[in-house]
Design a protein around this ligand. Sequence first.
Ligand code: GLC
Ligand code: CA
Length: 547
Amino acid sequence: MIKDLWYKNAVVYCLHVGTFMDSNGDGIGDFEGLMRRLDYLAGLGVTTLWLMPFQKSPRKDDGYDISDYYAVDECFGHLGDFVDFTHQAKQRGIRLLIDLVVNHTSDQHKWFQEARSDPKSRYRDFYLWSDKKPKDAEKGMVFPGVQKSTWTRDKVAGAYYFHRFYDFQPDLNTQNPAVQDEIRKIMGFWLELGVDGFRMDAMPFVIQGKGIEEQHVEHYTMLREFREFLQWRRGDAIILAEANVMPKLNLSYFGEDGDRLEMMFNFWVNQRTFYALATGDARPLARALDQTRDRPETAQWAHFLRNHDELDLGRLTDDQREKVFEALGPDKDMQLYDRGIRRRLAPMLKGDRRRLECAYSLMFTLPGTPVLRYGDELGMGDDLSLPERNCARTPMQWSTEPHAGFTRADKPVLPVIDDGPYGFRQVNAADQRRDPSSMLNWTERLIRMRKEVPELGWGEFEVIDVKNPGVLVMHYEWRNNSVVTVHNLLDENLEITLPFPQKLTSLFDTAHSEPDKRHRHHIILEPYGYRWYRAGGLGYILDRRSY
Ligand code: GLC
Ligand code: CA
């Protein structure tokens, strides 16, 4: 068993180049700007960046509509800037994942342009066509309420084409071997330019049979083929898949023997984490952790709170979802696609620092690798006047300068949040850097601690029942080390009893705990209180058997 898989103890930070830092004053963030902020990111302690799509694109879906896989969109810079950036990131020991969006292209991609205008083109079969409108054309939309169908008639082609997402994103016929060749070529290209892997967009749809005559079943062997290609070209490169699937399918994605995906986002746990934050009931979360426990030893979960999309609650029961809506996004305007909440984390938790810390500490102690979203380290807010998911994609708030120091232009690509409690005069990196008790400095300490507790990413865990559904206690074991984490999801002081023979040494403060004569700890928790303990002393014991 390999003992130094880098992604098992990584801390991932995701950002969009376009809203991070603008260096040339055109209002759009760029690679040069991102490069100037690398020391900020290194200082925060994140080990890996995940960049959202920056390839050439009409950007009608924030870049998830790519028109050229081999070019950096001009507004962000060019390939030279990208290579400079990866080099600078490497010098700081930071790894890089990029989005790989190959379920569909933009309708402006030259493959689609040729395919629609010439039925004999070799690109015709890169997409899925139907002469007549298929019966299920009004089914299976990913963006209900905004997207009207999954088959749209193209005048130029004189036929309907399939699109799982918006109509300007025609689906690639991913079962076509020629398309699979192209996908490998794209991966190979970016690997040569220094990326460490891919966040693979819409994975279940990529591997599904598509088209009118096809069964919509998953072709899992594709996952193994992707992996083999990746590891042949670059041994430690990985795929982190966006796959919001039922737990019973997890092993099909990871591979029973760990021969498919290295990483997946744990959407199942994410939704129940929010249920726990909303209701103070951690039982469904504890069950979800158990349901997603099984994974090959080399595979890893990515845990997150908010991301660039809506908080998808589609896999909760109706009753659970209603409760989360009620507590965290009660207005219709805060909800999206009949299944989710589009707000940022801080406003959802009413800017309550105790709740924010509890939420982040909880996410960081789930079994897997944490993924942070840019600006969450400051407690950034949202702008609900922006359409759909854009409300949570506003520019990074650097300082109290105009447009939060993000750009010198009069008009940034998306408006900077400039009033209310989340406006940039209240929430920005420069002020928080100076304040030892800021969210930013707290997050930096959290990240440092997470890296020093590899048990969380590698270990075996159990949830310890403390007879209070409002408290989640987890115990991790790895290489003879033992770690206990405690989270109080309730707005009340309470006492819990923990069975443990050793002393529990608190990692964040001096609230250590000694067992009583019956090997029990009596721990008093403040509202939304959290603890990370090492059982025994701080000494780090290595499992001798492994050497
Ligand atoms: C994924 C992305 C989302 C995008 C969609 C279409 O779900 O996370 O932002 O709109 O794919 O590419
Ligand atoms: Ca710019």
